[in-house]
Write a protein that binds this ligand. Structure first.
Ligand SMILES: Cc1cc2nc3c(=O)[nH]c(=O)nc-3n(C[C@H](O)[C@H](O)[C@H](O)COP(=O)(O)O)c2cc1C
Length: 154
């Protein structure tokens, strides 16, 4: 069974969390083993990232940038990669974000996470609470990611 990590930050309204849950539902429905972590609950150990076949990353727009916990993950990832890149590069990944009407986080989100692997599908966005359509798009992202993970794991 392929393993997928969904790492996100959600704090204010739970908007990004709802998106993360929908991505997880889609990936599980496609047969993947899914681990979900909200950076707001604590620092994610970058060493465990090595063992996942694929990953989804989601952030709220905070001052037109990603949330601090995801930035910390990227900092940890960069330092760990310098020591040993095994399992830290070239994974399939998908991206999602929520915002309050600006949404300029899209660019830094895509640019920063492009370092980690190959983005599958298009980044899914939600203005405020995710609509049914947004949640469906998130489920579809999860399905796509599970298929890519299966192909990547051989
Ligand atoms: C500290 C902070 C900064 C924010 N900055 C922006 C911003 O620059 N642009 C924007 O569109 N929304 C901004 N927002 C709104 C959030 O992106 C939006 O409410 C988001 O859906 C919250 O996600 P969550 O409910 O998963 O925590 C900000 C919210 C907070 C708490």
């Amino acid at each position: 069974m392929t393993s997928i990590l969904i790492l996100y930050h959600s704090q204010q309204h739970g908007n990004t969390q709802r998106m993360a849950t929908a991505v997880a539902d889609g990936a599980r429905a496609a047969g993947a083993d899914v681990t979900v972590h909200n950076g707001n609950d604590g620092r994610f150990d970058v060493e465990t990232y090595r063992s996942f076949d694929a990953a989804a990353f989601g952030s709220p727009d905070y001052f037109s940038y990603i949330a601090g916990t995801l930035k910390v993950f990227l900092d940890d990832w960069y330092i760990a990669k310098g020591q040993n890149p095994t399992g830290l590069v070239d994974k399939p990944l998908v991206l999602f974000y929520s915002h309050g009407g600006g949404g300029a986080v899209k660019r830094p989100l895509e640019t920063l996470f492009a370092r980690l692997g190959h983005q599958m599908g298009k980044t899914v966005e939600s203005l405020g609470a995710p609509s049914g359509r947004v949640l469906e798009a998130c489920q579809e992202l999860g399905r796509q990611l599970a298929e890519a993970a299966q192909a990547a794991s051989g």
